[in-house]
Design a protein around this ligand. Structure first.
Ligand SMILES: [Zn+2]
Length: 208
């Protein structure tokens, strides 16, 4: 049945423990800090779907208040079907050999910032985290709010990050056909510290 108001009400209670879920109006991920369960609000269905969540332990802990900002993390299996570039065949051969990334490590995961911040920060953080494939220890429970991008939004941002990486390669990219093969979306809270007027992340020390 269609509601005339277009408004939908979702009971913001943790399905596991019954605690009220604390979230901001734009949030699409709700985290229960009582029992550590996370949910994504699937808007088409007005449904809370349980979600895997971790919190990264900082590598560069600072003596400042820590805030966990949400990133979507996907497993990826990148397939380049066609890449039209002004360079030589050499670049194509590199791709076939699996040197898809141009980074220090093959890309196994995409890291997509999902909190409210200018697009230039999303690009900067998404590129650096995805290129560097960070390793960190994790906590199972902390606090998290402010995830404003859904997993579907994050898939689109992953395309943007991937195309940015491809465009930065030294050959002249003209066209590309690819499939990122994204799977197993989860949320990871990445620690950030207040730093003057901005924030600095606790894994790479990137300022935003
Ligand atoms: Zn709960």
């Amino acid at each position: 049945m269609t509601q005339a108001s277009g408004l939908h009400l979702v009971a913001l209670k943790c399905r596991k423990c019954g605690s009220l879920l604390d979230a901001d109006p734009k949030d699409v991920v709700y985290y229960c800090s009582n029992c550590g369960t996370a949910y994504e609000l699937i808007n088409e269905k007005d449904e809370l779907v349980a979600l895997e969540i971790d919190f990264a332990l900082p590598k560069k802990a600072l003596d400042a208040e820590v805030v966990y900002n949400p990133f979507w993390v996907f497993n990826t299996n990148i397939k380049i079907n066609e890449r039209d570039a002004g360079g030589t065949l050499g670049s194509v051969v590199d791709f076939i050999k699996g040197k898809i990334t141009g980074g220090p490590r093959p890309i196994e995961k995409f890291y997509i910032p999902a909190f409210e911040t200018p697009m230039e920060n999303i690009k900067k953080l998404g590129l650096e985290f995805t290129r560097s494939q960070p390793e960190f220890d994790t906590l199972k429970k902390d606090k998290l709010k402010g995830c404003i991008y859904s997993s579907r939004d994050a898939e689109k941002i992953a395309d943007f990050i991937f195309l940015s990486m491809e465009a930065e390669k030294p050959d002249m990219l003209k066209g590309i056909s690819y499939d990122l093969g994204l799977s197993s979306p989860k949320v990871v809270g990445i620690p950030f510290y207040r730093d003057g007027t901005g924030f600095i992340d606790g894994i790479f020390g990137i300022k935003i």
